[in-house]
Design a protein around this ligand. Structure first.
Ligand code: SF4
Length: 399
């Protein structure tokens, strides 16, 4: 399979979006944040290009202004909004330029393409993962830095960055591109332009094996999904920037033209309304029941009663006890009695939570131990008004 880091990232955030984008190849226009991000990236590329001199800040701002004008043809924006984006871009570039004067850096490459070749040891299949690194600097003798610019606001925690797949794949990509570099001598940085903050991490030589395993495991998972044509939608905050909302089963019903295509829409609407009203009142009832229970129990305790009566019913307070065992002692007693296996049943929720913390190889082994997937549905009620607007705030769509 040939894929890119950004496609793998899309798969991780939503398998259905991956299918629309990478398998069905459905083209959707870019959102305004993505277009803004691309324009900023091209201005930064220009900033570090010296032919023969580096451009001045004014030249960079002029370049950005022109690119932003061109970019507006790709996205619908109100004049005020376009101006706000322009001002934000100019501020962000000015502040970046002042703190990072281009002549102070030894830039080796920009928009640097890489390809990582992987062979699955089990299936012997070959895969290629491609990507583009924003900037590669030399930062000392045999020391290098990969820099990825982010126009998003949300900065990950250091612990998250230390295991971040994008950084790991870029690390692997650079070592494939320039095999003479040493894994430990590569600094991996994300530069958050809106905050003027750079956070960095590194990967050891041993981490390369883990990255390969992680990528291969994701590729295997994708192949399994292709075989079953099973790409579930995975709604998250990122849906606000997804161009496939009018196709996606999670959002399609919000779109009027799609609504008119739904059979029996007239019948569905009152059912949904009634369900929501009942659910809301049952939630209120639950809260009120809890309040009443606490008050009645207080009364019972103070009056030393365990049962209270109304005209046609009564309430009884019963004490329930739930023993807390010493698991190790129980295990040895029941193992000796040959009963341990009978009571041992994995708690799926706990298992799911633990799986995420295990090394990829162990995760893969556990995945292979899945014999069946039980499917069930629940209806959850979210009380908020949703509009069709996209581009909630920001997205960094670059790989
Ligand atoms: S709208 Fe959300 S759930 Fe639907 S495809 Fe896009 S990211 Fe996935």
């Amino acid at each position: 399979m040939r894929t890119s880091y950004s496609a793998l990232n899309t798969y991780k955030t939503c398998p259905l979006k991956f299918k629309y984008q990478e398998i069905d190849r459905i083209k959707v226009p870019k959102g305004k944040e993505a277009v803004f991000g691309t324009t900023i990236h091209s201005a930064l590329h220009y900033m570090f290009t010296h032919e023969p001199l580096y451009p001045s800040l004014d030249q960079v701002l002029d370049f950005f202004g022109k690119k932003w004008m061109e970019a507006q043809e790709k996205v619908t924006l109100e004049a005020k909004e376009a101006e706000a984006y322009h001002n934000q871009g100019a501020t962000l570039l000015s502040s970046f330029y002042k703190k990072n004067q281009p002549w102070n850096f030894h830039v080796l490459d920009m928009e640097s393409r890489f390809e990582v070749f992987l062979e699955d040891p089990d299936t012997k299949e070959s895969h290629v993962v491609a990507g583009v690194i924003d900037r590669i600097d030399k930062i000392g003798d045999n020391h290098y830095e990969i820099i990825d610019y982010k126009t998003s606001r949300r900065m990950p925690a250091q612990a998250q960055l230390d295991t971040d797949l994008q950084m790991s794949v870029y690390h692997l990509g650079l070592l494939h591109k320039w095999p003479h570099l040493e894994a430990e001598n590569i600094k991996l940085s994300l530069h958050f332009l809106k905050h003027g903050e750079k956070i960095s991490t590194a990967r050891s030589n041993d981490a390369l094996k883990e990255t390969r395993t992680q990528v291969l495991s994701t590729l295997r998972e994708i192949k399994r999904r292709i075989a079953k044509d099973d790409f579930p939608p995975t709604p998250s905050a990122l849906c606000d920037w997804c161009g496939y909302r009018s196709l996606c089963p999670m959002w399609r019903h919000l779109y009027q033209d799609e609504k008119s295509k739904i059979k029996n829409e007239q019948e569905l609407a009152p059912l949904v309304q009634e369900y929501i009203a009942l659910k809301a009142s049952s939630q209120q009832n639950k809260l009120r029941l809890r309040e009443l229970q606490a008050k009645i129990e207080d009364f019972m305790t103070s009056e030393k009663l365990e049962r209270v009566f109304s005209d046609n019913a009564y309430l009884t307070r019963r004490n329930r006890e739930k023993p807390v065992y010493d698991v190790e002692r129980v295990r040895s007693i029941l193992t000796a009695a040959g009963k341990w296996d009978a009571i041992l049943k994995a708690d799926e929720r706990k298992l799911e939570a633990i799986v995420k913390t295990l090394p990829s190889e162990t995760q893969e082994q556990l995945r292979e131990a899945i014999t069946d997937i039980k499917r069930f549905t629940i209806l959850t009620l979210s009380k908020k008004k949703v509009t069709r607007g996209l581009d909630g705030a920001e997205e960094d769509t670059r790989s």
